[in-house]
Design a protein around this ligand. Structure first.
Ligand SMILES: [Zn+2]
Length: 171
């Protein structure tokens, strides 16, 4: 599952360090407003590393995932809370499975000597699977677009908000 927000991507952006140093930043995703809190940890070489706080469990994490139901969650929460739900990872699995089923059905339909009833049954099944595949692809596309938009919007809003903020608080 691709995360929607990664602390390393933010840190690389022009205003990213300021966003992280402020302790929280705001972002929009798919018309919804999110506030993400940030924190630091001390690394062995006595340097600081930025981390995000999961909005659900408040654990420190490097990445946050935007779920289908438009919640931001750390990988642990995303996994624990939504084992059967269609995260982009399992979605990808579903897409592949449906495509394989359709391929097998097409191969069966291409054979000669199928009974009329069987052929009709297989055709209907293939149509159903094609519809499911199209829906799964559509959902995935929407989710990916929302994730990309979320990251861009968060960076843009911070850039507008903090024109000259101190960017080197933790250097
Ligand atoms: Zn969490």
């Amino acid at each position: 599952m691709q995360p929607a927000i990664t602390v390393s991507a933010i840190a690389r952006a022009p205003n990213g360090p300021a966003m992280l140093a402020k302790g929280h930043f705001e972002m929009e995703a798919a018309g919804r407003h999110f506030e993400v809190r940030t924190t630091t940890v001390r690394t062995p070489l006595d340097r600081f590393m930025w981390l995000l706080l999961c909005p659900a469990c408040h654990r420190r994490c490097r990445n946050l995932h935007l779920m289908k139901e438009l919640k931001l969650l750390c990988a642990k929460c995303a996994h624990i809370r939504h084992p059967d739900q269609q995260t982009s990872g399992s979605k990808r699995g579903l897409i592949v499975r449906r495509a394989q089923q359709i391929q097998r059905l097409s191969a069966r339909l291409a054979r000669r000597g199928l009974g009329r009833v069987t052929r009709r049954r297989l055709r209907r099944r293939k149509e159903r699977l094609l519809k499911q595949l199209a829906a799964a692809l559509q959902t995935r596309q929407t989710l990916m677009a929302a994730q990309a938009q979320a990251l861009l919007a968060s960076l843009a809003s911070q850039a507008a908000e903090l024109p000259n903020a101190a960017t080197s608080a933790f250097e």
